[in-house]
Design a protein around this ligand. Structure first.
Ligand SMILES: C[S@@+](CC[C@H](N)C(=O)[O-])C[C@H]1O[C@@H](n2cnc3c(N)ncnc32)[C@H](O)[C@@H]1O
Length: 418
């Protein structure tokens, strides 16, 4: 059960109860939670998240708005659940329910420092302390399954040594049945070709009866959705943006698209109801439809970009030839290329497919499959960073569904053994 009830949790749990079998929800703990993209997906897959951990105060602000039912530890994960640590003592009572035997799933993605040259013992290296923290919390809580997400490049670092040593650390922690897979968000209803490395593991004392990789492949196959395009995802949103951060009138749309049924406030989808999304948004309003200012000179330049084209397609006297991705227009009839956190510094790689402007915060969120009731807080710069860093909720949902299927299977096997 959640530690704290809320309107949002009861709305979601009612919805989730409609889709799921009987029995109590599984319980999860989230690390490196960011604004909550992965948490949103795992919530949608039917889990109660007991606790989340996030260091960045701006991401924490968005997290609190969207997950009032989750107990958030806003601080360094190095303090989380460390009983002897004086920095943990004032928080310990809030997290009393987060204990071994009480948590079914640990999930999260430690930020990857991206070093290509690393020493002999990767998890002793201070640059990789965040992986070591993930393994420490895994060892402390001993959930039956875990999910860890990262950039695919992490698997290649130091010629695969990083990956090997992370797997060794999981095995030492008591998780030797672990799958490593690269998944593509567009396979799960997200209008974006985002590739992510996923580690999925099962506790040694629980016998899944299958190799974790075979199990993950099979369950993710069942979650696959038809590919969706940029136009499917944002084609209903207006050219005109908010002047500042004020919510705008919600646009009418008769455009048919499965992803719009999921993301628009006024439609019921397979996973979200209009009622849930409107309640989360606090009314029938379009939030976060604002973007960085664009100078006329730049508008003239991007007007020359065809759908899907980059800076290197521009006339020589217009483009300085330095970086082809500096200017890039999304193609309306394809999934988006990756939405990156670096867009908070420079949005010129994410030009709207039809309009002479950058995409808005809401459009970036839509391309990551956040529904319109998921509202971002803090500054525009921070919102873009939070969105670019997130696991797309619909990818998180598919991964969460795989974790729930593993827990169901373990429960069935346990029952059969009695
Ligand atoms: C890639 S983002 C995670 C995004 C999240 N999975 C989502 O779906 O929204 C990594 C997050 O880890 C947080 N972080 C980095 N170092 C941390 C630390 N020492 N303790 C807690 N959180 C940390 C960052 O602030 C960032 O929000």
């Amino acid at each position: 059960m959640p530690l704290r009830g809320s309107v949002v949790s009861s709305l979601y749990s009612r919805r989730v109860a409609d889709q799921q079998s009987t029995g109590p929800s599984y319980r999860a703990v989230s690390l490196f939670s960011g604004c909550g993209g992965f948490c949103e997906g795992v919530r949608l897959a039917g889990f109660d998240t007991l606790a989340a951990v996030e260091l960045d105060r701006f991401a924490a602000q968005t997290y609190r708005r969207n997950f009032p039912e989750v107990e958030l530890f806003e601080g360094d994960v190095a303090h989380f659940l460390r009983q002897e640590d004086p920095a943990w003592a004032p928080h310990a009572s809030r997290f009393g329910g987060v204990a071994p035997g009480k948590v079914d799933l640990l999930f999260g993605g430690p930020p990857c420092q991206g070093y290509s040259q690393i020493g002999q013992r990767v998890l002793d290296d201070p640059r990789n302390a965040l992986y070591a923290e993930y393994v420490r919390v895994l060892t402390t809580l001993r959930p039956r399954v875990f999910l860890m997400e990262n950039v695919p490049n992490m698997l290649l670092m130091a010629k695969g040594m990083f990956k090997r040593q992370v797997l060794e650390a999981f095995a030492e922690a008591g998780y030797s049945n672990v799958a490593v897979r690269v998944v593509v968000a567009s396979d799960y209803g997200v209008p974006q070709l985002r590739r992510r490395a996923i580690f999925f593991g099962v506790r040694d004392e629980d016998d899944l009866g299958l190799d974790a990789g075979d199990f993950l492949d099979k369950t993710l196959e069942q979650q696959r959705q038809p590919s969706v395009t940029v136009r499917d995802g944002i084609g209903d949103l207006p050219e005109r943006t908010a002047e500042h951060y004020e919510p705008r009138r919600y646009p009418d749309s008769s455009r048919a698209s499965d992803v719009l049924d999921e993301l628009r406030l006024d439609r019921d989808g397979r996973w979200y109801t209009a009622e849930d999304k409107k309640a989360a948004a606090g009314g029938h309003k379009l939030h976060n439809h604002h973007t960085k200012q664009i100078l006329q000179r730049r508008k003239n330049l991007i007007a020359l970009l065809a759908p899907g084209a980059k800076g290197d397609s521009l006339p020589k006297d217009v483009w300085n030839g330095l970086r082809p991705e500096k200017w890039r227009r999304l193609h309306p009839d394809k999934p988006a290329y990756t939405i990156l956190a670096q867009m908070h510094r420079d949005l010129s790689e994410w030009v709207h497919p039809d309009f002479q402007r950058w995409i808005t915060v809401r459009e970036a969120a839509r391309l990551q499959s956040f529904h319109d009731g998921f509202v971002f807080e803090s500054s525009e710069w921070q919102m873009l960073k939070q969105i670019g860093n997130a696991v797309p909720p619909l990818l998180g949902r598919a991964l969460g569904a795989a974790a729930a299927a593993a827990l169901d299977r373990l429960a069935d096997q346990g029952a059969a053994a009695v």
